[in-house]
Design a protein around this ligand. Sequence first.
Ligand code: AMP
Length: 284
Amino acid sequence: MYLFKRVADLRAHLQLERSAHRSIGFVPTMGALHAGHLSLIERSLADNQVTVCSIFVNPTQFNDPEDLRKYPRTPGADLALLEAAKCDIVFLPLEEDIYPPDLPTPQVDLAGLDGVLEGAHRPGHFAGVVQVMSRLLAIVQPERLYMGQKDYQQCVIVKRMIRQLSLPVTFVMAPTVREATGLARSSRNTRLTSEQREAAAAIYQTLQEAARLNGHDPAATAEWGKERLRERGFQPEYFSLVDGHSLQSVANTFDAELIMACTAVWVDGVRLIDNLAVKGDPLR
Ligand code: AMP
């Protein structure tokens, strides 16, 4: 496995791979790797001749400095996992290389996609995601980009960014990997005790119950979901049923072919997100 820290070194290596007509798959991460990240690596390894995984805790997408400070960092374990997974290249960029002072971020019209759900509760978060993703894609120039459904809104926004900037990359969204209890795997889960982790399975259960209510009034289902999570002792920040493309609330279940239930929940000071299709299949 090759490890690069400097952009110029990674670029020189990828240039060689490209001139040998080897296809490049890219998995961007913030580290503290788990089975969810590894599923993306495996998918990329199956589809491409070269897989690049980046690990960069992007400061510009954290609206809360405390969240950035507490974000888990496990570089030694990450490298061991990537090596065992047979990832070809790890990119550990320096902040000054990702954000040189004179480099403008391309303007992307997100058409309101960033004003709802996570965007409504984490101001500036998606501007940071667009900033880092546009930069990473310009550096790696992969054929295919792999991201997880776990961050559904992020997938929709990055897909739109790729279209708006006419980037020559195929976006692949991979399914959410879950623990045996159903809790979505997340780097933030390491901040929960085993009891809290067990209890947090209620988030997925509530999403599943909401999905079973497909056909009912979506606003009422959303209210029900919020209440259900409160009853279970959690603090839901939002629980919404949205059109899977526009991410706007749906008035009834007939208008949209894809409806997603999306939620953010505080579990004893740790903020977790998850989502599930209520109608249609986002992976199709
Ligand atoms: P992060 O390190 O949290 O920025 O995540 C890096 C990538 O891994 C993103 O595309 C995430 O959507 C994806 N990811 C994180 N958790 C999961 C999961 N449980 N299942 C599938 N993909 C995931």
